[in-house]
Design a protein around this ligand. Structure first.
Ligand SMILES: Nc1ncnc2c1ncn2[C@@H]1O[C@H](COP(=O)(O)OP(=O)(O)OP(=O)(O)O)[C@@H](O)[C@H]1O
Ligand SMILES: [Mg+2]
Length: 481
């Protein structure tokens, strides 16, 4: 399932114009530290834009510089990639390398990542097209609705009695041979129509009932649950099956606002050339797609042992051609993978990059290491990023009119406890902050709206009282923090 977080990048800056420095600055808003990793991904992104400006003859030979991010758990590897996806307007897919199985085994074969990426690109491209034509579609739909509300009843004999404002009841279409009165009538008609248009735009007609000719759409229920979820596939299934299952029409009464929505969809479908979208989408994947291969360390290992190890090397061998450059058949056409950027990531605690098969190592020439997080980093992570934990908790409680304030030494103390627990038990990086904060605010979260007073100050003493017991007791902290 893909979860879209609300958009938040500055619309003004397009990736194409962003220098590596600006990309890093954008990443800085969300990820603390990790300078070398940020620089590396920024350069990789920028290089593709540089490549696009080369003449084609040279461009084909410029290969993307795939990279491996190495760093222990919870230091920001996935976070960097996730943020990168948001700022780069490129099709972006994050997959766990450990999810794939060798061709011939049950599970997902590696080519599916290219197909998924293409799917994402088609969605992006289609959405952009929709935005492009939205204005035109809206105008068309407005005319359609007006036609329904006030039919231009030229030749029909039934006179139409309609008065939007309640004053003038005008019979339209009553046959009249007098050209003068005909003209006056059509002017009258236009005036009424314009009045109606204004009312429509103001939303005053939203709840009026109209009758529409609608195409029946009975899609069979097909659940295709990939890692990308039903959502994206679903839309495209409809596109595909739409043509098979339509044809019959029926009349249905609905409210004007509902009708507008329905007609907008129809208009969008009519105005958008899906073949063109598919071509543009494939072109986009080929020249700017990014695949984030998480957990690459989990498939490292060459030992021809038993069990999963046997297929580990197999998966690596399968991934090889895709990273190297091959052609994958997708529903929208053939996709060349030569210039797709691969960013692999892993903790590499047990295995080392050198445990990957040599051919694969060679295809990830850039290595960046992420540093372990310090107490100082924790303090910044708690407070600085746009959606930092402290901000999240404050906002959550604010929904119940409870204001929580943290003193500086409270933040200090939280960061210290996090570092301490990481040291004594397992080092889970910044994720420790979440468990600590949850424990710290247990009482306040529970009491919620019943809290008195409404403003709660969390100082070092409070942190101490809530956490010191648990932190001191190692066994306890293993379970709770
Ligand atoms: N440097 C950082 N700055 C801000 N937040 C961070 C940083 N590192 C980690 N976090 C936060 O910690 C959580 C886990 O980080 P992330 O998912 O990036 O870990 P990871 O390095 O991918 O770990 P894993 O190897 O377990 O996948 C996220 O909620 C993220 O916001
Ligand atoms: Mg991760």
């Amino acid at each position: 399932m893909v979860i879209y977080l609300e958009g938040e990048i500055d619309e003004a800056i397009q990736l194409d114009d962003m220098t590596p420095r600006q990309i890093v600055a954008e990443l800085d808003k969300h990820v603390v530290g990790q300078r070398s990793a940020k620089r590396a991904v920024a350069v990789a992104l920028r290089n593709r834009i540089r490549r696009q400006k080369l003449d084609p003859e040279m461009a084909v030979d410029v290969m993307p510089k795939n990279m491996i991010m190495i760093g222990s758990t919870g230091v920001g590897k996935t976070e960097i990639a996730r943020r990168l996806a948001r700022i780069s307007n490129s099709p972006f897919l994050k997959v766990e390398a450990s999810k794939f199985t060798e061709v011939g085994y049950v599970g997902r074969d590696v080519e599916s990542m290219i197909r998924d990426l293409t799917e994402i690109s088609v969605d992006m491209t289609r959405q952009e097209k929709i935005d492009e034509i939205a204005e035109k579609a809206e105008l068309n739909v407005e005319e359609m609705i007006l036609d329904i509300l006030l039919p231009p009843a030229r030749s029909s004999s039934n006179s139409y009695d309609f008065s939007p404002s309640g004053e003038e009841a005008v019979p339209f279409g009553s046959a009249d041979s007098n050209p003068e009165s005909n003209k006056a009538q059509s002017e009258q008609f236009q005036r009424t129509r314009e009045k109606l248009r204004q009312q429509l735009r103001d939303g005053k007609l939203d709840s009026r009932l109209v009758e529409l000719e609608i195409r029946e759409k009975n899609y069979p229920v097909i659940e295709l649950a990939g890692p990308q979820g039903v959502e994206e596939m679903g839309i495209n299934m409809k596109d595909m099956l739409g043509n098979l299952f339509q044809g019959r029409t029926k009349r249905r009464k609905m409210q004007v606002d509902e009708a507008i929505e329905y007609l907008m969809q129809e208009e969008e479908e009519r105005l958008i050339d899906m073949d063109q979208v598919a071509r543009a989408a494939i072109e986009r994947v080929e020249s700017s797609g990014i695949i984030f291969l998480d957990e690459i360390d989990k498939i490292a290992g060459r030992e021809s042992g038993h069990g999963p190890d046997v297929s580990r090397e197999g998966v690596q061998r399968d991934i090889l051609p895709i990273v190297e450059g091959t052609t994958v058949n997708s529903r929208y056409g053939m996709v060349r993978t030569d210039h797709i950027l691969f960013i692999a990531a892993g903790a590499f605690h047990v295995s080392k990059p050198s445990d990957l098969i040599p051919e694969l190592q060679g295809r990830f020439p850039i290595r960046v290491e992420l540093e372990s997080l310090t107490v100082e980093d924790f303090k910044r992570i708690l407070t600085e990023p746009k959606n930092a934990l402290i901000k999240q908790y404050r906002a959550m409680m604010a929904t119940e009119d409870v204001i929580i304030d943290f003193t500086d030494d409270a933040i200090n103390s939280i960061a210290n406890y996090a570092a301490q627990v990481n040291e004594h038990t397992e080092n889970i990086g910044a994720r420790r902050l979440q468990t600590i904060m949850e424990k710290l605010l247990e009482e306040i979260s529970f009491e919620g709206p019943d809290l008195e007073p409404k403003t709660q100050l969390i100082d070092a003493a409070y942190v101490e009282s809530m956490l010191s017991e648990t932190v001191k007791d190692q066994d306890l902290s293993r379970y709770i923090l």
